[in-house]
Design a protein around this ligand. Structure first.
Ligand SMILES: Nc1ncnc2c1ncn2[C@@H]1O[C@H](COP(=O)(O)OP(=O)(O)OP(=O)(O)O)[C@@H](O)[C@H]1O
Ligand SMILES: [Mg+2]
Length: 283
């Protein structure tokens, strides 16, 4: 059964890991219903407030989340079992059947994506696993199916990421660092220009938001180019490519990426900029 109410429903992360996590939950649900039953996937948008986040011990940021629930009408679990299910190697399945690593991995994945997982269960009635992942911001339109194109990164870059939005900075930085790059983040154009003035020789690429208060992307771009006419700049915007962005591309900006982007899209945009130097290759 499917009840999909999350719209928009875009979360940023590693699709393979997330798929595996959902698969693990589904397999557990199936195993809990040897006589058959109903397996339900449900999604909706929820707002996690400070109070809730505070009870979670981990550093959970209040805000909008996509809630993905996997419900079964199976055996359910005792309180005792519920307390231990996320422990590695904890299993109630007979020897050779379960490794007990399923939920430990799910827990790790959800945590890596800055989300949270809960369980509700009653013996004889069934179990619900509820996963909440941060909703991608700021624009959540319909995304095209992603082509699974692997990008081979042969060089680690020093990058300057300029964006006025918390979530873009946080996720962007993490994605880039996962790709092995080192990242300096500026929250506005003025800081970016100041940083670039002192560090342009050690900055191989600037990822620049188009829409920012005070100094916007276009103005910042011009000042960066005044400092270093060879500056490499990847423009980013929540809007699709506009006249403004096109103008900057004509003036020598090196690329454009639409937010929200996946790590895959980001890696690809960067690779395209550096492909001429042979630092990257496509597989
Ligand atoms: N939907 C569920 N209903 C009832 N019990 C569950 C459910 N999901 C998990 N459990 C309990 O939690 C335990 C741990 O689950 P986990 O997925 O970590 O390991 P496993 O399924 O036993 O082994 P494997 O790693 O091979 O999947 C299970 O053995 C089971 O007792
Ligand atoms: Mg399992």
């Amino acid at each position: 059964q499917q009840i999909f109410k999350a719209n928009p429903s875009y979360a940023i992360g590693d699709p393979t890991q997330l798929q595996n996590a959902l698969l693990n939950l589904a397999i557990n649900a199936r195993d809990a219903m040897p006589e058959g039953g109903v397996l339900t996937f449900e999604t909706k948008i929820v707002e996690l407030d400070e109070k809730f986040c505070g009870t979670k011990g981990e550093k959970l940021v209040p805000g909008k989340y996509i809630e993905i629930s996997v419900l079964d009408t199976g055996t359910g679990m005792s309180e005792e079992t519920q307390k231990r299910i996320f422990e590695p190697f904890f299993t109630t399945k007979e020897c050779g059947k379960g490794t007990g690593m399923g939920l430990a991995a799910v827990y790790g994945t959800v945590k890596n994506h800055k989300g949270v997982i809960d369980v509700f269960s009653k013996i004889g009635e069934g179990t619900t696993f509820r996963v909440c992942l941060p909703l991608a911001s700021p624009v959540c339109g319909v995304m095209e199916e992603e082509t699974a194109e692997a990008v081979n990164i042969n060089k680690k870059l020093r990058l300057l990421l300029v964006d006025d939005e918390d979530i873009v900075c946080a996720i962007g930085k993490e994605m880039l660092e996962m790709g092995g790059h080192s990242v300096y983040v500026c929250r506005n154009g003025r800081d970016a220009v100041e940083f670039y003035k002192n560090n342009w020789e050690d900055t191989e690429l600037v990822i620049l938001d188009m829409v920012m208060p005070q100094l916007n992307g276009a103005e910042t771009f011009k000042l960066l180019k005044d400092i270093n006419p060879e500056a490499k700049v990847l423009l980013s915007s929540g809007y699709s490519i506009t006249g403004e962005a096109q103008k900057l591309l004509d003036q020598g900006a090196n690329g454009f990426i639409q937010k929200p982007f996946t790590s895959q899209e980001l890696a690809k945009s960067i690779a395209e900029i550096f492909s001429d130097r042979g630092l990257y290759e496509y597989k």
